[in-house]
Ligand binder design. Structure first.
Ligand code: PMP
Length: 445
């Protein structure tokens, strides 16, 4: 309502220099990217597009939050309506968390029928680890090298992506790390057998835990690995790990914070492609399309055991009426606009086009992905697979000049990632490919 008008621009009264100066001086946690002396100032966004103060249009290919598109009118209207009638402070008294929890859990296989509402993916990780500890009166976890599950104290111990374990925490003894199941540059590359081979390491790690006289609390892993390099899990990977971890009494957590709610086009949840049912699933980001809301979905038995130990899991904002109204609107839009199928079809087309580009450019070592979760890996030489961060970053900058926003990530920062809002369409794919091709061509690689 009104927000969708192209004419409406909220400009800042500050110059770019002033914005930069103030941010540098006062904001401690803006990611390094945003400490740019010539910062891009997005003032509004719609669908898969963002607009700056001069109304220039940017194609958003980095957004892993706004699944249903920026400022979707139905989501905006639901939030505005709810803000006006019942905002917060009454979360246990509003019917909305009952309605939403029923709709949300109906999207999960049995016996995952219970949800804890929290505020961020990190908080969801924190709670999910605690559920495991309580369930088995245990301390030790198995996680995946280069995984990312959040920035809070426990979450960071299972997330060594890029920065390793931070000073003061180090890699704690109670963490065992599986090798990244990378079928492009890792040890096992045969797609048929790699999952079982990578997954088999869980047995050794369980033995390590036992040999220090401890017990296995659980395993946590992303259902498709994002920050670690857009890694699609090889088949039977989770099945193999889950069998071992459960055999040792531990619980299995699937992190769907980034890839859940249909981004990958395989259904609502990516763990389904692995033929497993986790004990706990963490969800976040697209759940509120940018509004801060996250959750931990688990079984009644696990939730009850936790409640016996800690009668009230309390947080101020979890399950508040505005979040619930937004969550309901998001689910409704995903269903009505058939966004999962759309992500599957557009993603398949996108991947096919990227594979054609790979044939034209030797510097592309690999392209991979499912649905609208894609990655292009740059290498100096296809045979040695030596990572090429410089080219990846140059391509990213060139795309930016053409008003297409992509990011680079992965262990060597040599992977251009694509994770746009799910409304991304065929014309967007063609536009992207044209500029990507040109950007690489101009770099002559
Ligand atoms: N898990 C995954 C897979 C994520 O990508 C993220 C955020 N990038 C988190 C957890 C943490 O979520 P948040 O930033 O909302 O705390």
């Amino acid at each position: 309502p009104g927000f969708t008008e192209k004419k409406i621009l909220v400009s800042s009264s500050l110059s770019k220099e002033e914005i930069y100066r103030l941010r540098k001086k006062h904001v401690a946690n803006a990611c390094i990217l945003f400490y740019d002396p010539d910062p891009l100032q997005i003032v509004r966004a719609q669908g898969q597009y963002m607009y700056d103060e001069e109304n220039n249009e940017y194609l958003d290919c980095i957004n892993n939050v706004c699944h249903v598109g920026h400022c979707h009118p139905e989501v905006v209207a639901a939030a505005a309506r709810q803000m006006a009638i019942l905002n917060t402070n009454s979360r246990y008294l509003s019917h909305l968390n009952s309605t939403y929890s029923e709709q949300l859990t109906s999207l999960f296989p049995d016996p995952l029928d219970t949800v804890f509402f929290v505020n961020s993916g990190s908080e969801a990780t924190e709670l999910s680890l605690e559920l495991c500890r309580v369930w088995n009166d245990a301390t030790d976890f198995i996680c995946v090298d280069s995984g990312y599950h959040g920035h809070t104290r426990s979450a960071i111990t299972v997330s060594n992506y890029k920065f390793g374990h931070p000073r003061g925490i180090g890699k704690p003894d109670f963490i065992q790390m599986m090798e990244l199941p990378d079928t492009y540059r890792g040890r096992y590359r045969d797609l048929e057998t790699a999952g079982e081979k990578y997954g088999a390491e869980a047995e050794t790690l369980v033995e390590n835990i036992m040999s220090r006289g401890a017990k296995v609390a659980g395993f946590i892993g992303e259902s498709a690995i994002s920050c670690g390099g857009q890694i699609i899990l090889p088949q039977n990977y989770l099945k193999t790990i889950y069998r071992t971890v459960r055999g040792a009494g531990g619980l299995c957590i699937a992190d769907e914070v980034q890839v859940g709610f249909g981004r990958c086009g395989t259904g609502m949840w990516v763990f389904e492609t692995q033929g497993v049912i986790p004990d706990i699933v963490t969800i976040g980001k697209p759940m509120g399309n940018g509004h801060p809301i996250a959750g931990v979905v688990t079984t009644r038995r696990i939730a009850e055991k936790y409640r016996l130990n800690r009668p009230e899991y309390f947080n101020t904002y979890g399950g508040n009426p505005v979040s619930m109204a937004v969550g309901l609107a998001v689910l409704d839009v995903i269903k009505k606009e058939k966004l999962v199928q759309h992500a599957r079809d557009t993603g398949a087309l996108f991947l096919q086009e990227l594979k054609l580009l790979q044939q034209r450019h030797d510097c592309i070592g690999d392209v991979r992905g499912i649905g609208l979760f894609l990655g292009i890996e740059f290498v100096k030489c296809r045979d040695s697979k030596e990572p090429d961060e410089d080219t990846a970053v140059s391509v990213k900058k060139s795309m930016y000049k053409n008003k297409i926003i992509v990011s680079t990530e992965g262990r060597y920062n040599n992977i251009v990632k694509i994770k746009p809002p799910m409304k991304f369409d065929e014309a967007n794919v063609a536009h992207f490919i044209k500029h990507f091709d040109r950007a690489i061509f101009e770099l002559k690689c």
